[in-house]
Design a protein around this ligand. Structure first.
Ligand SMILES: [Fe+2]
Ligand SMILES: [Fe+2]
Length: 605
């Protein structure tokens, strides 16, 4: 196996997964759907195994076999895969770092910078997936900027461009919170100084693309420092002056149609008008909304257009929701109703493997949290959340609904056989109790809407950062519901469903499930969750499924530590309940999953 061969096989496996996934979403026919699910399960298992093996082989090959003859080919393949929108840190990151070392040792600065630049890009992906965006690293860009004395030696202008792009990253990508803005303003000034320096001006001062990079950075900086009036006088003056200048220019250039330049031009412009006292927030929100409508209509018209527009989706929605937060309640709820419909439309688009899709996922998750408070009633809210999960994470949806069936079977039996057992949960009515268990189980994995990329990553074993990301889903889900008066009652179940019964293990450690008054309901959801996950032979490819009897043995073995002993006893001593559960998880699983899928499909369409 050569490095190149490893790389190509891995990439073709990714394409295979895309086809298999599409087969699952497309059909309403029971037989065909089941056949596709079975085929997918089988293929995914071998893809997962093969790709995980490839990554290990690759590590070895990279240590030993990187040579003059092979390095350039691998570099080009890795970079084109990134440019084509495929982001898989586990594959690309080690590759690019080894190549960077190789070129650095050889004194090939141009290739070194290229590899570091793309490694930095992929590193961003790693942090993004693990949910650690606030730790965004400036290291790769600092490394590149540190080589600036070599600028004039580099013959290829597209490599020289990486200097500006790195300054760009430092100035705008390093801003993840409000306090970063003054620092980013310093980077922006450093970039302006670099751009004005004689060696850059003499080589590239007239290069249209380079001029555009500068322009983009300034615009993006405006967008990032948008929501601010306390960033210090020089930065604030720069903001207001440049926002006004840019708007006048764009309006002229586009003949008044600035919808494509909405985020970086119009939003900051309106904000500068508010800062200068010429507009109120209500007026700014109304004005921005009109342009947002045009923008969204374009975005929803077609996939092609969407590819372009989606990169701006998160910031656009952020600016809009920011304005709406400051505007009056009436304007806020009127516009959010429309935005929620737009989001449901977006959720239906595309598959899940490109950068564009990553952006959509993130925008959906963020907006979901913002919009939830604008819908009224528990049912409507649950529906909104579900619409955003079903298409983008079909497997999470199937799991959630299967776990809900299981939880209800157990809860009903427990309510009947263990009188008074649930007194401390505060429920006195059986139907209310069951309805709560149902809602809680349906939302238990809600936090996964933030980590769609990892959840859908079945083509290889997850790496450490991704596992870290997965383990955040209880907290992410809790964050969504806890501020909402209709949903906050589910908080403890969402937070606690991966904790051990006796509090001795599981995650997140910060949550003490033993102190929750919903402890016993958490225990039901934990058991139902494990029961579906452990016996699912169709949609999880990373663990060999087990049958109900084996699982029951595991529950018994860990009763009192990991699982609630009273509930385990209930399962163990009740053959009828066992029969009903075995039907759902083993014997009739495929039919039950199809029922769930069809219901979701109907609700969704
Ligand atoms: Fe979970
Ligand atoms: Fe789960």
């Amino acid at each position: 196996m050569t490095v190149q061969k490893c790389f190509d096989t891995y990439c073709s496996n990714i394409q295979k997964q895309q086809l298999l996934d599409e087969g699952l979403f497309d059909t309403a026919d029971a037989a065909l759907w089941k056949q596709n699910l079975l085929l997918r399960a089988k293929e995914m298992r071998s893809i997962n195994l093969e790709n995980s093996g490839i990554l290990e082989t690759l590590q070895k090959l990279l240590r030993e076999n990187l040579t003059e003859a092979t390095a350039d080919g691998i570099k080009n393949a890795a970079i084109s895969s990134i440019i084509d929108g495929m982001a898989d840190a586990a594959l690309q990151y080690p590759l690019l770092l080894s190549l960077a070392d190789f070129y650095k040792a050889k004194g090939d600065i141009s290739s070194y910078i290229t590899c570091i630049f793309f490694a930095g890009f992929v590193e961003g992906e790693i942090l993004y997936r693990s949910g650690a965006m606030e730790d965004v690293s400036t290291h790769p860009d600092e490394l590149i900027v540190a080589e600036r004395s070599h600028y004039a030696e580099i013959t290829d202008p597209s490599v020289r461009a990486y200097f500006l792009m790195s300054y760009h990253n430092l100035a705008v990508c390093s801003v993840t919170k409000h306090e970063d803005i003054p620092k980013s303003y310093e980077y922006l000034c450093a970039m302006e100084a670099f751009w004005q320096s004689p060696e850059v001006q003499s080589l590239d001062g007239q290069n249209g693309e380079f001029i555009q990079y500068m322009e983009n950075t300034r615009r993006l900086w405006l967008q990032l420092s948008f929501n601010t009036s306390d960033i210090g006088t020089p930065a604030c003056d720069y903001f207001c002056r440049y926002a006004g200048e840019l708007f006048d220019r764009m309006e002229q250039e586009t003949g008044g149609d600035i919808s494509r330049y909405l985020i970086q031009t119009y939003g900051p412009y309106l904000n500068s008008r508010v800062l200068l006292g010429h507009l109120t927030y209500d007026e700014a929100a109304e004005l921005f909304y009109v342009k947002y409508r045009d923008y969204m209509d374009q975005a929803l018209r077609g996939r092609e257009e969407m590819e372009f527009i989606c990169f701006g989706l998160i910031p656009t929605l952020n600016i809009l929701s920011d304005m709406l937060d400051k505007a009056g309640a009436e304007i806020r709820s009127r516009y959010y109703a429309v935005i929620n419909r737009d989001l449901a439309q977006f959720a239906k688009c595309g598959h899940h493997e490109t950068q564009v899709d990553s952006n959509i996922n993130q925008a959906l998750a963020e907006m979901c949290v913002k919009s939830i408070s604008t819908v009224s009633g528990r049912d409507e809210k649950e529906k909104l959340l579900f619409n955003l999960v079903i298409k983008r994470q079909l497997l999470t949806y199937l799991h959630t609904m299967m776990a809900t069936r299981i939880a209800l079977l157990i809860a009903e039996q427990a309510w009947q056989d263990l009188p008074g057992y649930f007194a401390e949960t505060g429920f006195t009515d059986k139907n209310e109790f069951l309805s709560f268990v149902e809602g809680a189980t349906r939302l238990h994995d809600l936090g996964k809407i933030y980590i769609t990329d990892i959840v859908n990553m079945q083509r290889r074993r997850l790496d450490t950062e991704e596992f870290h990301g997965i383990r955040r889903h209880p907290e992410l889900g809790a964050k969504i519901v806890e501020k909402d008066s209709d949903l906050s009652m589910y908080r403890d179940v969402i937070l606690g469903h991966h904790r051990f019964y006796d509090g001795s293990g599981g995650y997140p450690e910060s949550f003490d499930n033993t102190k929750s008054k919903l402890h016993k309901i958490i225990d039901i959801v934990t058991i139902a969750d494990c029961m579906d996950a452990a016996t699912d032979c169709y949609s999880r490819n990373y663990k060999a499924p087990i049958v109900f009897e084996t699982l029951l043995g595991e529950f018994v073995a860990e009763a009192g530590t990991r699982y609630n002993p009273d509930l385990v006893r209930l399962l163990k001593n009740n053959p009828e309940l066992q029969e009903r559960l075995t039907a759902v998880v083993n014997k009739e699983r495929l039919d039950r999953m199809f029922e769930v899928y069809s219901a979701g499909r109907k609700m969704y369409i």
